[in-house]
Design a binder for this molecule. Structure first.
Ligand code: ADP
Ligand code: MG
Length: 358
C-alpha cells in the first residue's frame, strides 16, 4: 500500500499554511476559483517530480510577500515511511528524502509516482509530439530499468551535437558525435517502439470503459520511413548545419493514436477528446500498477466540470477500480460525488485555507 499520509504546505501561492491528512482512496478538494485547490496538487507534484506542472520557475510559486515556500510529505510505503521535503528560498531549491539531500528528480519520481490529469492534458491530442513522447518515456522510466541510462546518454550526445551545430563547428566536428548518437538513439527508438505494443492493452482496456472506440497506437520514429537513423542523419546533415540543430532522431519521435487507421483527434468531438485523454492517463496508471505491482497517486484537476454526468460516472468507475489514492479538485462537490466511488476524505478550500470536512 502506498499513499501520502500527510502533506504540509507553507507559503505556496495562495496557501499560507495548510496541513492535510488525506484518505487512502478518493480525496475531494472543493472550493471556489482561486481558493488554492490546484496549488495543493502542485505541492504534491513538487514532491513527486521536483517541479510544478504550471510554472517553469519555482520563484513564481512563492507566496507574494514571503521569502520562500516549503512542502513536506510523509509517504507511506510497503517498506516504511518516507519523508520527502522540498524547500525554495533565497538560496534556491533544496530537496530532501528522509533528511538526506536529493540531487536528482528521478529519485523523487521513484518514491512518489504520480499521474496527473488536468484540463491541459488535452494538449496530448491537440499539440505537438513532446507530451506524447513524455507519456511513453514516463512508462519506460518506471518499468524498464535500462531506459534511463540510455536516454540520458542519448540526450547528452544530442546536446553536444546541437552545440557543435550552433557554434558552426563544421561537419567534421558535428559528425564526430554521430556514432554515439546513432547507438543510443537506436536504443531509445527500439525501447519506445516495443513499448507502444506493451502499453496498448492497458489503453484498450481503459478506453473501452469510456468510449465506443477501438484504438490503436503507433510509434513514429522521428526520421523518414525506410531509412536508418544513420542514413537519415547523413541526409539531413547539410540542412542541420544551416538550421543549427539536429532535425532527425528520437527527439522527434511521436505516438499516433488511431481509430480505424485515422488520427483520433480528427474523428472525436471535444468531449470525446477529453474522455479519451482521461483514458490514456488512467491507462498509464493502470499499466504502472500492473507492471510494477506497486501503487501510485492520481491527481485529477477540475476535469469533472467539463464532462456530462455519464462521462463523469465512467471516469469515477475507472478510478474506483484502480483503487489508489486519488486527489480530485472541483468547484462544486456535486460534480464529483457519485455512486461509482465514494470519497474517503473531503477538504474545503477557501481563500488559501484548507479544512477537512467531517
Ligand atoms: N506567488 C503567488 N503568491 C500569492 N498568490 C498567488 C501566487 N501565485 C498565484 N497566486 C494566487 O493563488 C490563486 C491560485 O490558486 P489555485 O490553486 O489556482 O486556485 P484554484 O485551483 O482553487 O482555482 C490565485 O488566486 C492566484 O492569483
Ligand atoms: Mg484550479
Amino acid at each position: 500500500m502506498m499513499f501520502v499520509q500527510d502533506l504540509e504546505i507553507t507559503n505556496l501561492r495562495v496557501l499560507e499554511s495548510a496541513m492535510l491528512v488525506p484518505g487512502q482512496g478518493l480525496n475531494v478538494l472543493y472550493g471556489p476559483n482561486g481558493s488554492g485547490k490546484t496549488s495543493v496538487l502542485e505541492a504534491l507534484h513538487l514532491l513527486g517530480v521536483g517541479r510544478s506542472f504550471r510554472s517553469r520557475h519555482h520563484h513564481e510559486m512563492v507566496r507574494r510577500g514571503t521569502q520562500g515556500f516549503r512542502v513536506n510529505g510523509a509517504i507511506h510505503r510497503e517498506t516504511g515511511l518516507r519523508r520527502l521535503g522540498l524547500e525554495h528560498g533565497p538560496e534556491g531549491l533544496r530537496i530532501r528524502c528522509d533528511g538526506q539531500p536529493v540531487t536528482s528528480a528521478s529519485l523523487l519520481a521513484k518514491e512518489l509516482p504520480l499521474v496527473l490529469l488536468t484540463p491541459e492534458s488535452q494538449r496530448l491530442m491537440t499539440e505537438g509530439a513532446s507530451l506524447r513522447r513524455q507519456l511513453l518515456d514516463w512508462c519506460l522510466f518506471h518499468v524498464e530499468p535500462g531506459f534511463l541510462p540510455v536516454f540520458k546518454r542519448f540526450k547528452r550526445v544530442l546536446k553536444q551535437r546541437n552545440a557543435a551545430l550552433r557554434s558552426q563547428e563544421g561537419p567534421r566536428v558535428v559528425r564526430s558525435w554521430d556514432e554515439e548518437l546513432i547507438v543510443s538513439g537506436n536504443e531509445v527508438h527500439e525501447l519506445r517502439a516495443r513499448y507502444v505494443d506493451v502499453f496498448l492493452p492497458a489503453v484498450e482496456a481503459v478506453v473501452d470503459r469510456l468510449l465506443p472506440f477501438r484504438v490503436a497506437l503507433e510509434y513514429r520514429a522521428g526520421w523518414p520511413e525506410g531509412r536508418t537513423l544513420e542514413e537519415a542523419l547523413g541526409d539531413s546533415l547539410s540542412s542541420d548545419v544551416v538550421r543549427g540543430f539536429t532535425q532527425v532522431g528520437p527527439q522527434r519521435g511521436d505516438v499516433a493514436f488511431l481509430l480505424d487507421g485515422v488520427a483520433a483527434r480528427k474523428l472525436m468531438s471535444r468531449g470525446e477528446v477529453k474522455l479519451f485523454v482521461a483514458g490514456i492517463m488512467l491507462a498509464q496508471a493502470a499499466h504502472f500498477i500492473e507492471r510494477m505491482g506497486r501503487r501510485l497517486v492520481i491527481m485529477v484537476d477540475e476535469v469533472a466540470s467539463e464532462l456530462d454526468e455519464e462521462s463523469r460516472r465512467r471516469i469515477f468507475s475507472v478510478l474506483g477500480s484502480l483503487g489508489v489514492q486519488t486527489f480530485v479538485t472541483t468547484v462544486s462537490r456535486g460534480l464529483v460525488e457519485n455512486e461509482a466511488w465514494l470519497p474517503d476524505a473531503v477538504f474545503h478550500v477557501e481563500q488559501g485555507k484548507v479544512s477537512a470536512v467531517v
